[in-house]
Design a protein around this ligand. Structure first.
Ligand code: PLP
Length: 287
């Protein structure tokens, strides 16, 4: 739990922090967010996260509420006040609070809302050891058509994760109308083919272009691993040698079963293990 919360220029105790009932984040999901991992007191890939925040805002015709440098100061102060060494920092920017109207308020008169929280997550303390493998279940992708924008409009993702949990799985793999996996409810989806090629869906409006995904690309290039950016079907994934998910909160997490099909030997495979262990050798770690 975050004990101190940044809200519009002030650091407030958790129980007292809030935004207006007419905030457009609350009423229209008119807001974007970022989650960065904090590891050993350092922020993982801050520049990439802030660049994506700016892009998401731009796609919704919103400017950055302050410079990336100033947002970086807010992030650091929130981490410091919450004494987080290993965990996650969450940043949300909304279009602000205005009488409910589908049309945007005048940005000259309505300031954007900025919220930042930070909390310790014990899993991040796993250090260089790999995270335990998970099971995933596949289900139709019911989200909107602009999944490349990291909006807080997460109901379909929340329902998917909840349905996965009800089946004892750690993540849902969402499937498009042609039977291809788009991504996880809150992660990018990867397989390793029998030929040892890393396969993940190319960036488009269908998926969020993950920051951890980009780090895995950097790592794969450095290690001379082959990557194919293409969509894969559920059937192909079930036959894969290995599978894993990537996200700021899950790093590289092995997938050991998809629906009822064990993947590979049902244990984390060598490619996944290599990527999981070396991930932070390619990420930006800023203090
Ligand atoms: N895809 C979706 C839908 C996500 O919500 C996330 C992260 O929350 C990701 C992918 C992974 O992105 P990142 O590696 O930047 O955390």
């Amino acid at each position: 739990m975050s004990r101190w919360v940044y809200v519009n220029g002030r650091y407030l105790p958790y129980g007292q922090a809030g935004v207006h009932v007419e905030d457009r984040g609350f009423q229209f999901a008119d807001a974007v967010y970022e989650v960065c991992e904090i590891r050993g007191g350092r922020i993982v890939d801050e520049s990439r996260h802030l660049a994506r925040l700016e892009r998401s805002l731009g796609e919704l015709d919103m400017p950055m509420p302050m410079s990336a440098k100033a947002l970086g100061r807010v992030i650091r102060e929130t981490i410091r006040r919450n004494r987080v060494r290993d965990g996650l920092v969450y940043l949300q920017v909304t279009r602000g609070a205005a009488p409910r109207d589908f049309l945007f308020p005048d940005p000259e008169r309505v300031p954007q809302t900025v919220v930042c929280t930070a909390r310790s997550v014990p899993l991040a303390k796993v250090g260089l050891e790999m995270r335990p493998g998970i099971h995933v279940v596949t289900m139709p992708d019911e989200r909107w058509a602009r999944r490349d924008i990291k909006t807080v409009q997460l109901l379909a993702s929340s329902l998917a994760r909840q349905r996965a949990r009800a089946k004892g799985a750690g993540e849902a793999w969402l499937v498009d109308g042609s039977g291809h996996v788009t991504e996880g409810a809150a992660s990018n989806a990867w397989i390793v083919s029998e030929a040892g090629v890393l396969v993940t869906r190319p960036p488009s409006h269908d998926i969020l272009k993950g920051v951890t995904r980009a780090a895995v690309f950097d790592l794969a290039r450095r290690e001379g691993l082959e990557i194919e950016e293409r969509a894969f079907t559920v059937e192909e994934a079930k036959r894969a040698a290995e599978a894993f998910i990537t996200s700021a909160s899950n790093a590289v997490t092995p997938v050991l079963r998809i629906d009822d099909s064990p993947i590979g030997a049902g244990e984390p495979g060598p490619f996944t293990e290599k990527l999981a262990r070396a991930l932070y050798s390619v990420t930006e770690l800023s203090i």
